[in-house]
Design a protein around this ligand. Structure first.
Ligand code: AMP
Ligand code: MG
Length: 349
């Protein structure tokens, strides 16, 4: 484990640094596009041997995932329908996709000792996180009262949920207690990367791509000039500059959870969006951000949230249990990494 101090803020922009070469690869073309989806910015650069609707399709896949499966706000989504059954005394049959997602989230809850918990909906609603944006000073914001928080906490947690797979079945049945609500905000962007990567693999005309959905990034294939992907890690104290760069080849899933991404301030205190299920308050584990590289997007995104709540030491152990690489930025700017991350990360001078 190696330590660094925070890099000066005159360092380098932007979050992505992309270079298009093309020597001897004249047929490969670059398509780029920036959109908003899942309440965040989606940036795509896709390299193709034959121009199609790739970037348009990718955006549609993200929007569809949100509208049809993951959103807790849109009535059209499966998750919304599941939440609506809470307290009905009835079991609901899930799609194969949501069954697999909830199964893996439940495992991450167990492995993180409850630090990661997608059944934290009642507490997240109370803080009204979705109405915040980074740096926004919401005049009307009020810190939830102790009693309201206790009530919301009593209706939160994976113990409010039962998930059962019949032998040999791919689809689970789920049961939610009264007042319970699922919130997949901690894995949604990573799940989008998983869907996108399946799409890219199925299109033989795609030779490489880098797609970011908020704080989660997918690198895929190769750049036409043969150079590595370069993915910036934001400085949590000034997220418009990079703390360092990850140099990566091939396919990676990279997610960052940070206290600067979404927060409100009240009475001089910053309240950020990553909650500690043990207290109901924003996690205070000494970290400003965590970046995780994992074998798929669900894991990179889920682990980054879990590690943020757990703090450096326990987070490091959890990341390693999953064979993931992690980089922790503490509030004082010190950086700690798994050994594998050290080989990929260069601090910005
Ligand atoms: P992320 O930015 O990926 O770390 O995810 C944060 C989002 O996940 C929040 O906006 C909440 O919707 C939700 N969330 C907050 N705290 C937790 C937690 N401890 N476990 C699971 N989901 C959480
Ligand atoms: Mg996450």
């Amino acid at each position: 484990m190696k330590k660094f101090f925070r890099q000066p803020f005159w360092a380098v922009l932007p979050i992505f640094m992309l270079f298009l070469g093309g020597c001897g690869q004249g047929k490969v073309q670059e398509i780029g596009r920036v959109d908003t989806a899942m309440g965040t910015v989606v940036q795509q650069t896709v390299y193709v041997t034959e121009m199609g609707k790739q970037t348009e399709d990718i955006l549609s896949l993200i929007l569809e995932l949100e509208e049809e499966t993951l959103s807790w706000r849109l009535e059209t989504s499966e998750l919304f329908q599941v939440n609506a059954y809470a307290g009905s005394g009835r079991w609901v049959e899930l799609s194969e996709e949501l069954s697999r997602i909830l199964e893996q989230c439940a495992k991450l809850t167990e492995d993180s000792g409850g630090a990661f918990d997608v059944a934290l909906g009642p507490v997240a609603r109370l803080w009204n996180i979705d109405s915040w944006a980074a740096g926004l000073h919401t005049e009307s914001f009020q810190v939830p009262g102790k009693q309201e928080l206790e009530e919301a906490l009593a209706q939160s947690g994976m113990e409010q949920l039962r998930l059962e797979f019949l032998p040999g079945e791919e689809c689970a049945d789920v049961y939610l207690e009264e007042g319970a609500a699922l919130d997949l905000g901690a894995v949604g962007k990573g799940l989008a990367l998983d869907v996108i990567s399946r799409y890219l693999e199925a299109d033989a005309h795609v030779t490489g791509a880098v797609v970011s959905v908020g704080g989660s990034v997918l690198t895929y294939g190769e750049k036409p000039d043969g150079t590595s992907w370069r993915v910036g890690i934001a400085n949590p104290n000034n997220s418009s500059v990079n703390l360092g760069i990850l140099t990566l080849t091939g396919q990676w899933y990279i997610s960052t959870s940070g206290d600067y991404e979404r927060y409100v301030e009240s009475g001089g205190v910053r309240y950020h969006h990553i909650l500690d299920p043990a207290t109901g308050y924003p996690a205070d584990s000494g970290l400003s951000s965590v970046t995780v590289l994992a074998e798929n997007g669900l894991l990179s995104d889920g682990l980054s949230t879990a590690c943020f709540v757990l703090g450096r030491e326990r987070g490091m152990a959890l990341a390693q249990q999953y064979g993931a690489e992690a980089l922790f930025v503490e509030k004082d700017g010190e950086i700690f990494m798994t050994p594998g991350m050290e080989a990929l990360f260069q601090p910005v001078e």
